[in-house]
Design a protein around this ligand. Structure first.
Ligand code: PGA
Length: 252
């Protein structure tokens, strides 16, 4: 059975006081989370240390980072490596978010190296993919997004690939209030699962969690999560408010 995951991508939001409050508030409401679903907080790097202390031995709430270096260590001022993240109790790392691809020029080949770093250190990548509006309107978006998986992930062995979580995030839906319809999400998720099956076989594909991201909110999460191939969400704006994040996490 693949995992149901609701991951909160805080992006570059919330100071320490606000972050602590949010985690405490989510913890206080965790009984409402759908059975079997796990939560992941992906705050900015400096939050990770105290967040781990607050979460303690929680076994259904995990920590994720929003990025990491493609190198293990060394003279790379400003970077944070996978071994450092692991030492802070981080278990997931978002890689290839469209904001990283667009504003920080992260290429498919750089992302493949980051994926390797993350996996080599026992962490799980949440690998993002998705098309722009122009690309969708041009019609070939399924192949285009499939290619992002091929280039970023398909160098992995089946054993390593089994640790990867995919997040399909249509760029036109991120932070815009425009959500993909459940039919649009299901179409892409099913296509990606088929693409994975072609390369790694049906069993691996069936075990891969594929999350949807892009203006996912409490009032549209249930419809999205009801899709056969949607295994949860990568949540931006709505992860910054405990009641919204929990509202989504109880929507399975
Ligand atoms: P959003 O962001 O939920 O604010 O649209 C999603 C994301 O970028 O991960």
């Amino acid at each position: 059975m693949r995992k149901k995951i609701v991951a909160g991508n805080w992006k570059m939001n919330l100071d320490r006081t606000q972050g602590e409050q949010l985690i405490q508030d989510v913890l206080a409401q965790k009984a409402e989370v759908s059975k079997g679903a796990i939560l992941v907080f992906c705050p900015p790097f400096p939050h990770l240390g105290y967040a781990k202390s607050i979460l303690g031995a929680e076994n259904s709430i995990f920590l994720g980072a929003q990025n990491c270096s493609d190198k293990a260590s060394g003279a790379f001022t400003g970077e944070v490596s996978a071994p450092i993240l692991r030492s802070f109790g981080v278990e997931y790392v978002i890689l290839g978010h469209s904001e990283r691809r667009q504003y920080f020029a992260e290429s498919d080949s750089l992302l493949a190296q980051k994926v390797d770093q993350v996996l080599a250190n026992g962490l799980q990548p949440i690998f993002c993919c998705g098309e722009s509006l122009e690309q969708r309107n041009a019609g070939d978006f399924v192949n285009l997004v499939s290619e992002q998986l091929t280039k970023g992930l398909f160098h992995l062995s089946a054993e390593s690939f089994a640790k990867v979580v995919i997040a399909y995030e249509p760029i036109w839906a991120i932070g815009t209030g425009v959500t993909a319809s459940s039919a649009q999400a299901q179409e892409m998720h099913a296509a990606l699962r088929k693409h994975i099956a072609k390369y790694y076989g049906e069993a691996v594909a069936q075990n891969t969690s594929i999350l949807y991201g892009g203006s996912c909110k409490p009032d549209n999460a249930a419809e999205l999560f009801a899709c056969a191939d949607v295994d949860g969400g990568l949540i931006g704006g709505a992860s910054l408010k405990a009641s919204d994040f929990i509202g989504i996490a109880k929507s399975f």
